[in-house]
Write a protein that binds this ligand. Structure first.
Ligand code: XMP
Length: 425
């Protein structure tokens, strides 16, 4: 390992992630550990230059203050407690963290993406040897960055499976094939499962049932592809740090990442490879960029797992799904032209399962409305509306009305969350 590390041990704080991010922002790597990390586990960590005990409102459990094992105090590296009184080690304030990291622990500011990638390549080669790794490559940020990292580390030993469930945005499956198979030379199995998913979803209008069908069918398709392959020992996953460290819990126990595999049958047992599990989302993007992935893959907006399936409201039909896909592509294109990409958190179109009367070419038409949604948020729990410039709205509307088949109205949803959720289903 190239980087020095500051270990944050959670003694019930609610800001472990913020502290880790602040230290990383100084250029020093930092990881979060639960208070009950054993002496042996602590000793096995590499390059720990200092420990910050991070106490807080949850420091007392069942009337007893939680503490770390004695081996940590006697390990020889500096240990301090942040904003937290203790008689076993000195306390520091938030303003003193930087000086602790550099002056007391003598850390070098050597945490950067080039070093991270070098370290991961070395670790991945060591973990995987000459074995093969399977990856479900959706084309989302996390799975794309995992793929690029593994291609760099083990090349052809990585087998990517891209399942096209028919609910991806316009151009996405083509981009995955172009970037990974053609440009990066990956082994990529493309599973065209569009009919299979849409047949299963036909007539299903309940949003939760739709989600369940899409999730379950995805596992089934992936499993079938995996069974066709021989000699795969590892499964790679795009688990990221926020997935394993939940902020604001009692002691932020590191959740066993196996819960992520969810759904694969017992006889398909793989060892997990999770090279992004210590990265925050912005670091994942920086890693992807450093690995040469295109900007529109690395900086893309959040996109739900069930994809356009939850934006073609009610029972999905192929013609309406196509209209959602086309109108979404127009919206994204016009946002790009207006310089809004990367500035608005999430923007998309959706089509409800209803038609209204209109006129087209001097005749009555009975067609769908397209609804535009564009929101800003920090954590997706609440959201505000992006006030789209009128000229941009008009351009999008004109294009949708002339280019998208079956659509005679465009509406703009200005509902914040709450009361509206970001998606409509
Ligand atoms: P809501 O609609 O709950 O959405 O305000 C909050 C964020 O979550 C995304 N979302 C999903 N993501 N699977 C996902 O992976 C889902 O089923 C799902 N539903 C909503 C949504 O796009 C928004 O970013």
């Amino acid at each position: 390992m190239k980087q020095d590390m500051i270990a944050i041990i959670d003694l019930g704080s609610e800001n472990n992630s913020a502290l880790a991010r602040a230290i990383r922002a100084y250029g020093v790597y930092s990881e979060i550990y639960p208070h009950d990390i054993t002496g042996a586990e602590f000793k096995a960590l590499s390059n720990v230059k200092g420990v910050i005990l991070n106490g807080g409102p949850n420091n007392v459990v069942d009337g007893v203050a939680i503490d770390v094992k004695d081996e940590i105090y006697s390990s020889g590296v500096p240990v301090v407690a942040l904003d937290h009184k203790t008689d076993k080690c000195p306390a520091i304030t938030e303003a003193e963290v930087k000086s602790f990291v550099f002056d007391t622990c003598k850390c070098e500011a050597n945490w950067n993406m080039a070093n991270f990638i070098d370290d991961q390549v070395e670790l991945l080669r060591k973990q995987i040897g000459d074995k093969k790794v399977l990856l479900a490559l959706s084309g989302g940020v996390d799975s794309s960055v995992v793929a690029a990292l593994l291609i760099k580390a083990i090349g052809k030993q990585l087998v990517c499976v891209h399942v096209n469930h028919g609910l991806l945005r316009k151009g996405e499956p083509e981009q995955v094939i172009r970037v990974f198979r053609e440009e990066l030379g990956a082994t990529l199995i493309y599973s065209d499962s569009v009919d299979r998913f849409l047949d299963k979803l036909a007539g299903v209008s309940d949003p939760e049932k739709k989600r369940k069908i899409i999730g379950a069918e995805f596992i089934r398709v992936f499993e079938e592809e995996a069974r066709k392959l021989d000699g795969i020992d590892f499964l790679a996953q795009g688990t990221i740090y926020p997935d394993i460290v939940e902020s604001g819990t009692k002691t932020n126990k590191i959740v066993k990442s196996h819960h992520n595999v969810g759904g694969l049958p017992d006889d398909l047992k793989f060892e997990l490879v999770e090279p992004l599990k210590y990265l925050f989302k912005d670091e994942v993007r920086a890693c992807g960029k450093a690995l040469g992935l295109p900007d529109d893959m690395v900086y893309r907006q959040p996109f739900p797992g069930p994809g356009l399936g939850v934006r073609c409201l009610g029972a999905i039909t192929r013609d309406r799904l196509e209209a959602v896909r086309e109108s979404d592509a127009i919206l994204r294109e016009e946002f790009d032209k207006a310089g809004l990409r990367g500035k608005v958190w999430q923007y998309f179109t959706l089509i409800p399962d209803l038609k209204s009367v209109g006129v087209r070419d001097n005749a009555r038409c009975f067609e769908w409305p397209v609804i535009i949604r564009a929101v800003n948020t920090v954590d997706a729990m609440t959201a505000t509306i992006e006030p789209i410039d009128y000229a941009v709205l008009k351009k999008i509307t004109d294009r949708i009305l002339t280019e998208v088949k079956g659509v005679n109205r465009v509406l703009y949803d200005i509902t914040p969350k709450p009361t509206g959720t970001i998606e409509w289903e």
